[in-house]
Ligand binder design. Structure first.
Ligand code: G6P
Length: 617
């Protein structure tokens, strides 16, 4: 939530900041702003409510000399304290006229929990507040110290020691126009390295068009950037030596490549994303090899998966596979609950933390909570070098490439595939199933990229009819059983995220205990039938909804006559070993959500109120 970016170097600051913000817009798009060190004029800020194009327009109108700027910071906001407005948009400033002293500007991602006390204290000392944000206290505290003669770094250190909460901040001062100082505690911050220029941002994606060389700033560290140097220290002044980290994502992956939206592009990238995630981890005989993890799997008696949102649904599918294949008990917990649950476990508990971004605050906190009982932690994430990778003993990287659409698609399928790999690894070690049985699943998993490709082909031109079923809908019910229940949950989440239609994902057998009351002609039922043992049971439940006027969309094999009989529309999926069928059954639900939202004229990549990465509690 909220993205920050900073640049110091050449006369292309505005271009770099705007490109950085564009690539960070997934973190929030309530407002955006820049603070620029204008040659001979000092710090000037420009802020606009709404999407980044508004800010770009305002900068173009305001300046004919913006191409001369060499230093600046920028921010894209997901509102926490104070509604989206120009006054609440970052950067926030302190000092300058009429307060006196050199002007400073601050961009912040995180939450200052003691902001009300600090605001009161500053008011008593005569500071006037211009916004309702928690961040503005940082600007005034900093300005006060700079006015008292402290260099910017020391002034920021002194300011940060007064703050409780989480932050990644970047600040600049009219007194030191060639410098940006940044620090972090709990919220992410990376420094990008260039030649005669240096960068900072909330995430590497912001800077891929400019550099692939990064330094990660850790909790409690402060970085000072000039055009020719980057110095990292702890808040207590100890110098830090940090190794450069090279990422293998490219700027091209952040483009639309001819697609109308990122979500559609990312749905179509799923075969390649699966391929990359499985490569080198599964041989031609379907035998899994996770030796890259260098992880001690011995003595594990129980698994707890912690995750949020879509990653939680992947965890539910992981539970199904691990329990079936490895016969190990798995608990799947919503991270924001688990962190406060005084969780139970011991050294034989493996905690699997799943997070696309690797920076979801609750997931990180859940990991920390599990440390209390001595858990071993394995991270499943798509983001190299993210906070989660540094908290875990081992990292099983999903290799989906950068995902821009706020609604997760390709990262979900790759998380599920990674969990299947883990299930096979654990099953192999525990020896419950024969090598042949495991190799059958492994071979099926190896074929999943082509099966997902096949699903995309089968669905081409077929989803429009299903969208017709949603005409006039006021809600929707997604039903599935067993391993297809999490698929139903994910389908419902996708639909509500981007089309704003209330949608329930429910175990089909539980539907009679409440949700069936929703059913009428305006509440379509999406039935994830698949194939296998529970298909018949789900079908009976669907019949019950049809008897009450429901219009049904079935996710089933093309030749499923029973599905065709109950459903207005069948969205076909190819044949797949039962346990792996969520990989193909998810695809029609993603496309359904996408096309329903498009038919409603909505922005699928940036749904209202959401942010892709939730870095506050
Ligand atoms: C937000 C996103 C979801 C995502 C969830 C967890 O809610 O909109 O798409 O599933 O956060 O994010 P993570 O990065 O931890 O997977």
């Amino acid at each position: 939530m909220c993205g920050i970016v900073g640049y110091v170097g050449k006369e292309r600051c505005v271009e770099v900041l705007m490109e950085g913000l564009r690539n960070l817009e997934y973190r929030g798009y309530d407002s955006a702003g820049l603070a620029l060190a204008m040659p001979e004029r000092g710090i000037e800020t420009t802020k606009e409510v709404g999407p980044l194009d508004n800010l770009a327009g305002a900068i173009g109108e305001k300046y004919d000399d913006f191409f001369k700027v060499r230093v600046g910071v920028g921010h894209t906001r997901w509102a926490t304290h104070g509604r989206p407005s120009e006054a609440n948009a970052h950067p926030h400033t302190g000092g300058g006229a009429p307060a006196g002293g050199p002007e400073v500007a601050v961009v912040h991602n995180g939450i200052i929990e003691n902001h009300a006390e600090l605001r009161e204290e500053l008011r008593e000392r005569g500071f006037e507040f211009r916004s309702e944000t928690d961040t503005e206290v940082i600007a005034h505290l900093l300005a006060e110290r700079v006015a008292a003669g402290e260099p910017l770094r020391e002034a920021l250190v002194g300011t940060l020691k007064r703050l409780q909460g989480s932050f990644a901040v970047a600040v600049m001062s009219a007194e030191e126009p060639g410098t940006i100082v940044a620090a972090r505690h709990q919220s992410p911050l990376v420094v990008g390295l260039g030649e005669g220029e240096n960068f900072l941002a909330s995430a590497v994606q912001a800077l891929l068009g400019n550099t692939r060389r990064f330094l990660f700033v850790e909790n409690g560290e402060i970085a000072v950037l000039t055009d020719s140097s980057v110095e990292i220290q702890t808040l207590y002044g100890q110098p830090v030596e940090r190794e450069t980290f090279e990422v293998d994502w490219s700027a091209e992956e952040l483009g639309l490549n001819g697609y109308e939206d990122f979500m559609l592009k990312e749905i179509h990238e799923q075969p390649a994303a699966l391929q990359a995630t499985l490569a080198g981890r599964l041989d031609t005989d379907g035998v899994v090899d996770l030796s890259e993890l260098d992880f001690d799997f011995s003595g594990i008696e129980r698994i707890v998966v912690v995750a949020c949102g879509t990653a939680y649904h992947a965890g539910l599918l992981g539970k199904y596979a691990i329990e079936r294949l490895a016969r190990l008990p798995v608990e799947v917990a919503v991270a924001s609950e688990y962190r406060y649950a005084d969780p139970i476990g011991d050294e034989s508990t493996l905690v699997v933390a799943i997070s696309q971004s690797g920076e979801t605050t609750d997931t990180l906190a859940a990991v920390e909570a599990s440390r209390g009982f001595g858990a071993r932690v394995l991270a499943v994430t798509n983001t190299q070098g993210s906070l989660l990778t540094r908290e875990a003993e081992a990292v099983l990287l999903t290799k989906a490439g950068p995902e821009v659409g706020v609604a997760a698609t390709k990262t979900f399928l790759t998380q599920v595939a990674a969990l299947y790999l883990l299930a096979l690894e654990l099953a192999g070690r525990r020896g419950g199933l024969s090598g042949e049985q495991l190799s059958d699943v492994g071979c099926g998993l190896r074929r999943s990229p082509e099966k997902v490709e096949e699903a995309l082909g089968l669905l081409e031109g077929r989803v429009g009819e299903a969208v017709g079923v949603f005409a006039g809908a006021r809600c929707a019910l997604f039903l599935g059983r067993g391993h297809l229940f999490p698929v139903a949950l994910e389908g419902a989440l996708k639909l509500k995220e981007i089309s704003y239609l209330p949608a329930e994902g429910y175990p089909a057998g539980e539907m009679k205990h409440g949700p069936i009351a929703l059913v009428d002609e305006q509440c379509p039922v999406v039935a994830v039938l698949g194939e296998g043992t529970l298909r018949e049971k789900t079908l009976s439940n669907v019949e019950e909804t049809v008897a009450r006027g429901a219009r049904v969309i079935a996710i089933a094999r093309e030749d499923d006559a029973a599905a065709a009989r109950v459903a207005q529309v069948t969205l076909p999926v190819p044949e797949m070993p039962e346990i792996l069928s969520p990989l193909v059954s998810t695809v029609p639900l993603q496309l359904l959500a996408y096309h329903v939202a498009k038919a409603r004229g909505l922005n699928v990549d940036k749904p209202r109120n959401l942010a892709k990465s939730v870095t506050v509690e």
